[in-house]
Design a protein around this ligand. Structure first.
Ligand SMILES: [Zn+2]
Length: 465
């Protein structure tokens, strides 16, 4: 609370005794300067852009293209002006239409040369809109587009940009995965590959759209009822795979570890595909040499260990925190919620595990018996969990080798890929819609956004959402 100077007689106070805050009427000078520049030069940029388009159209005047189908010279048809939206506003081209009478092929060479589609947004604007749509919901992205780029678009335009570009990335990723799935296509393993790489996978369920068609309001007043509960089968699992080099792990402050680089892979659907994609990525990165150890950190889910066998030189690690969590569950039931004994006991187990004494821990657990039926059940679960994963719990050794013992980096990466954008309140997705958005999010988070320039937007008509 600010201490107020005693009010002078002239100042009238509100009922609370506070002055109304005074807002300066003037916007600071430099802010006005900057905005002035934008207002002044934006129209000039549009003019210049239009001039370049006109110049190209003029240079093509008189040229008669040949038909792409039958190689015959084409006939002049018309010259309707067509426009599209760019970063600086709407641009129009007098793009001559040519027709091949025998086969009815139509061409507009000027638009072909420019690589633009009338009535759509330009490629550069589509990429900027997609960038926003990848970070925030489409409605908000449209608002940001106006603030950031000065371009007025609706949420649907942002959505379409994400779909068309995301589909291009998705198709490329699939093709790359298929290519590397064929062992004959792999290059000879790199001899300078890292000694060890860490691979982790995490997953979560995503709510899928229940209805075939979008719900539409008949009138503005008619309110939509609450969304139906998402039933079983209307969830799909998104899986995120993370690859990192343990050698690159740094300790910015004691007890805190972070990684400089991590490479992400994602897939909405089955487990085999995420591993195919991880394999393809490892080949592209040239990280998998003849002596590279693949360190696989998992929470005990069988589908991960089953597929880990594709790496002959591997080290399987049961995530340390999952191992401790399981001990906690028993301790709470045995000694009561919040009891000091439970706390001490679990810490002792954690210390023993970290010291590489898994056999001792299991032997100790076998001497115990549950105080209640529930506690006994949990104790048996715990013994089974540790016994089954014993060979994945040599934590002292993993720490010595610098492999790490937790899947924290994997979990946080997964949250960044999925939760931060796709798991907000009330969100429901179509499979294609979510997959395309994920494909773009991955490019951004992997620092590969510029790669998008090398892909062609996919037409949605052929790949309906
Ligand atoms: Zn033809």
């Amino acid at each position: 609370m600010l201490r107020r100077e005693p009010a002078s007689a002239e100042v009238s106070l509100g009922a609370s005794g506070l002055d109304k805050p005074i807002v300066p009427t003037e916007v600071p000078l430099f802010i006005r300067f900057e905005r002035e520049m934008e207002d002044k030069f934006r129209p000039l940029m549009l003019q210049e852009l239009q001039r370049k388009v006109d110049e190209l159209a003029d240079s093509q005047r008189g040229h008669r293209p040949t038909c792409t189908e039958c190689d015959q010279p084409m006939q002049y048809k018309d010259e309707t002006p067509l426009s599209w939206l760019t970063r600086f506003g709407k641009v129009t081209a007098k793009a001559t239409l040519f027709l091949c009478k025998p086969c009815e092929t139509k061409r507009r060479p000027v638009l072909e040369m420019l690589g633009v589609e009338p009535g759509q947004v330009s490629g550069s604007l589509a990429r900027l809109l997609a960038l926003l749509g990848v970070i925030v919901p489409y409605e908000l992205a449209a608002q940001l587009a106006l603030m950031f780029y000065g371009v007025q678009v609706n949420a649907m335009t942002v959505w379409r940009s994400v779909q068309r570009l995301g589909e291009a990335v998705e198709q490329y990723t699939n093709a790359l995965s298929e290519y590397h799935a064929n062992i004959n296509n792999d290059d000879p393993p790199p001899l300078d590959a890292p000694d060890a790489i860490v691979l982790g996978v995490d997953g979560c369920a995503l709510g899928m759209q229940v209805r075939e068609n979008r719900r539409r309001r008949k009138t503005a007043e008619e309110k939509l009822g609450p969304l139906p509960e998402v039933e079983d089968g209307h969830f799909r699992e998104v899986k995120t795979g993370v690859l990192l080099l343990p050698a690159e792990r740094v300790t910015p402050s004691p007890g805190r570890r972070s990684v400089l680089r991590r490479v992400l892979v994602t897939y909405l659907g089955n487990a085999d595909t995420i591993f195919d994609r991880l394999w393809a990525k490892l080949q592209e990165l040239r990280w998998l040499g003849p002596n590279t150890v693949v360190v696989i950190v998992g929470d005990g889910a069988e589908w991960i260990w089953n597929r880990a066998t594709m790496f002959p030189r591997r080290c399987e690690i049961l995530d340390f925190w999952h191992a401790i969590e399981c001990a906690w569950k028993f301790a709470r039931l045995q000694h009561g919620e919040g009891s000091k004994i439970a706390d001490k006991w679990t810490h002792r187990i954690a210390k023993k595990l970290r010291d590489g004494k898994i056999e001792q821990v299991i032997a100790h657990l076998n001497t115990l018996s549950g105080t209640t039926e529930k506690a006994q059940e949990k104790l048996e679960d715990l013994i089974r969990y540790y016994t089954n994963n014993q060979h994945r719990m040599h934590y002292k050794e993993y720490l010595r080798l610098g492999y790490g013992i937790g899947s924290g980096a994997v979990e946080s990466a997964h949250k960044q890929v999925v939760h931060a954008r796709l798991r907000q309140a009330g969100m429901r997705w179509s499979v294609a819609g979510a997959q395309r958005l994920l494909a773009l999010r991955l490019l951004l988070l992997n620092g590969e956004w510029a790669f998008l320039d090398r892909l062609r937007m996919v037409s949605l008509a052929k790949h309906a959402a």
